[in-house]
Design a protein around this ligand. Structure first.
Ligand SMILES: OC[C@H]1O[C@H](O[C@H]2O[C@H](CO)[C@@H](O)[C@H](O)[C@H]2O)[C@H](O)[C@@H](O)[C@@H]1O
Length: 609
């Protein structure tokens, strides 16, 4: 039986991440990068697919946990009849990309506690048993390209393809364990000082968190800071790329087939993350992402992809891992993501809007970035009339999604405003003409008079949560009756226990079987739309409810099932944490999305009915 998703805590070092369960078991770790093969994959299979547990021998311990304030250092306290110990888990900041470590310190707090270590290392996503040798520092494991040293002064016993140890920790003592990865072709032994690396990591995360522009006394401060730390942990430091989540195949429906690999950089997800960083005062991450984007998308504009690998890799072929049983039997487990080859027109709008926001926040101007945007708008001219797979990356037939057209409008609008508001050079008259055509088409084909709402795709009647972005992008003002009609239709027909679904798969087939939970970022968008409409109390209530769905460490997955009361989907997900940051800022200013305030006060579109 799998552990609930909300049982997991995250540790990371901006090269990769690990998930540690409440019971002290590290069940997911990919080394050396987020998208590398996992060496512990019990999360998606069975214990034999790899885990590393450190916990009292007494299974009945009372467990509590927390992050050290404003850091990525996780502390889990176990209280037993013998005493109390605290497990301190973190990934030290890496000096280079070829050495990635996990440190686990067992600190005795009270009495003398008998502890047990279980270390089952399986490279290749839980499939490859390494060759394990004893060493004077502990043990060395090698398989193919990977080598791991387990450094400990505790005596290890290896039998039946498992390594275990038993030891006792007394109050005031600390027993360190270090897992150190390096490429197997390098013959080396590398000792690190765990205590010194702990202090270094703590100082670094605290300094980073202290730059957050939010009132220290504000009741939402901790939630926002935890989300920003989580988003930072999802960035790949060497390139500036940002992953959508550090996991693959945590299911959107328990036992279902909606299981995807999120360990890649989506233009959409990353641009939303960028807003969260910029509105919170973090500019370096935004600059690094802009550079990543320019490198990733460099080349022929017709070959722009909606997502890339951490360093801009283009081929993200989707394959299934049949040896993994899947989280609570949710099969298949997939790596790679077939969405990389899809046409999703909204990414043009997200990109152009992100770079526009960058200009508003006075990011250093980049000539290269502006040339890139002009080229993209040239490409979009020939592209926006095509049906596509849309924001939700449906696996079925392409359609004319209203949201895709909306974001094409955003792309041309931001191009025009770059010329008009920022004095950049570009064919703004021709972009204005495209913007008008798209607007007319959305207003006639994307609107259903019968439903009194905008609809998911032309000619249909299905609702879609992405339509909540109509006022947020500035396409129509929040008091337009069509906006009000759409928001209220979504509240009425597209919510479950007050939380927003993306769409009803039975009304809007997506090429997949089954259903899914409520999609958390969509509920944040509902709160944002209501805030703009002046319904701030209602919006705050939704926001507080969303905060209550976080686990005890402040983390959110992609989705939530209100009937089961469980988080679903990949975890923790950038989209959901972006929602926390952006909606908190919007509510705090009670004026609407900070980045688009200008859009709201000067709507391009005037109400026509
Ligand atoms: O719903 C099917 C699709 O689900 C995934 O896409 C979702 O996650 C992306 C990353 O966060 C997000 O950008 C997208 O808007 C979501 O719909 C999956 O990546 C797709 O392959 C799959 O078709």
């Amino acid at each position: 039986m799998s552990k609930p998703i909300e049982d997991y805590g995250l540790i990371g070092n901006m090269l990769s991440c690990a998930l540690v369960a409440r019971d002290g078991s590290l069940d997911w770790l990919c080394l050396p990068r987020f998208d590398s093969d996992a060496c512990f994959a019990a999360l998606l299979g069975k214990p034999d697919n790899g885990y590393w547990r450190l916990a009292p021998a007494d299974e009945g311990a009372k467990i509590s946990r927390r992050y050290r304030p404003d850091t990525m250092i996780l502390e889990t306290t176990f209280e037993t009849e013998e005493g109390a110990v605290t497990l301190i888990d973190f990934m030290p900041l890496a000096r280079d990309e070829e050495h990635v470590d996990v440190v686990r310190l067992v600190r005795g707090d009270r009495g003398r506690v008998r502890m047990r270590c279980e270390f089952v290392l399986r490279f290749g996503y839980g499939s490859t048993v390494p060759w394990l040798q004893r060493a004077d520092f502990g043990a060395r494991a090698v398989a193919g390209p990977d080598a791991i040293e387990l450094r400990t002064r505790v005596k290890l016993v290896s039998e039946n393809l498992r390594t275990t140890a038993e030891f006792t920790v007394g109050a005031g003592a600390t027993v360190p364990f270090v897992l150190a990865w390096h490429p197997s072709h390098r013959v080396e032994e590398r000792d690190i000082d765990p205590q010194q690396r702990l202090e270094e990591a703590e100082t670094w995360w605290r300094d980073w968190s202290s730059q957050c522009r939010i009132d220290k006394e504000h009741p939402w401060r901790d939630a926002v800071t935890r989300s920003l730390i989580t988003l930072k942990a999802l960035t790949f430091a060497p390139t500036g790329g940002i992953v959508a989540a550090p996991t693959t195949s945590l299911p959107e429906q328990l036992g279902g087939e909606r299981n995807w690999d999120y360990r890649y950089c989506w233009i959409r997800d990353a641009t939303l993350t960028l807003y969260a960083f910029l509105t919170s005062g973090y500019r370096d991450e935004a600059k690094a992402w802009r550079e990543w984007m320019l490198r990733a998308a460099a080349g022929h504009p017709a070959q722009l992809q909606i997502m890339y690998g951490l360093a801009g890799e283009r081929r993200l072929t989707e394959v299934e891992l049949p040896w993994l049983a899947g989280y609570e039997g949710s099969k298949p487990v997939r790596i790679g993501n077939g969405a990389y080859g899809q046409l999703q027109i909204d990414v043009y709008g997200e990109l152009l809007d992100a770079l526009h926001v960058g200009r508003k926040f006075q990011l250093e101007p980049s000539h290269e970035a502006w040339n890139f945007q002009r080229t993209l708008l040239g490409e979009l001219k020939g592209q926006w009339r095509s049906p596509d797979q849309g924001i939700w990356e449906i696996r079925g037939e392409p359609r004319h999604f209203t949201h895709s057209k909306l974001m094409a409008w955003v792309a041309f609008d931001r191009g025009v405003r770059a010329v008009e508001d920022f004095g950049l050079d570009g064919p703004s008259e021709s972009w204005k003409a495209e913007r008008e055509q798209i607007r007319d088409e959305i207003l006639s084909k994307g609107w259903s008079e019968k439903k009194r709402s905008f609809v998911q795709h032309y000619g249909g009647t299905a609702l879609d949560a992405s339509l909540l972005l109509i006022p947020l992008t500035g396409f129509l003002p929040p008091d337009d009756p069509r906006v009000i009609g759409t928001v209220e239709a979504i509240q009425r027909e597209l919510t479950q226990d007050g939380l927003v679904l993306r769409y009803h798969p039975e009304h809007a087939p997506d090429g997949l079987s089954g259903t899914e939970g409520t999609f958390l970022v969509c509920s944040f968008w509902l709160a944002d739309a209501l805030t703009m409409m002046g319904r701030v109390k209602e919006a705050s209530k939704i926001f507080e409810r969303l905060l209550s769905l976080r686990n005890d460490l402040g983390l959110l997955a992609e989705q939530y099932d209100p009937l089961l009361g469980r988080q679903l989907g990949n975890f923790p997900q950038a989209f959901s944490h972006v929602g926390i940051v952006n909606t908190a800022h919007n509510l705090m200013s009670a004026q609407g999305p900070a980045e688009q305030r200008a859009d709201r006060t000067k709507p391009t579109e005037k109400p026509t009915s």
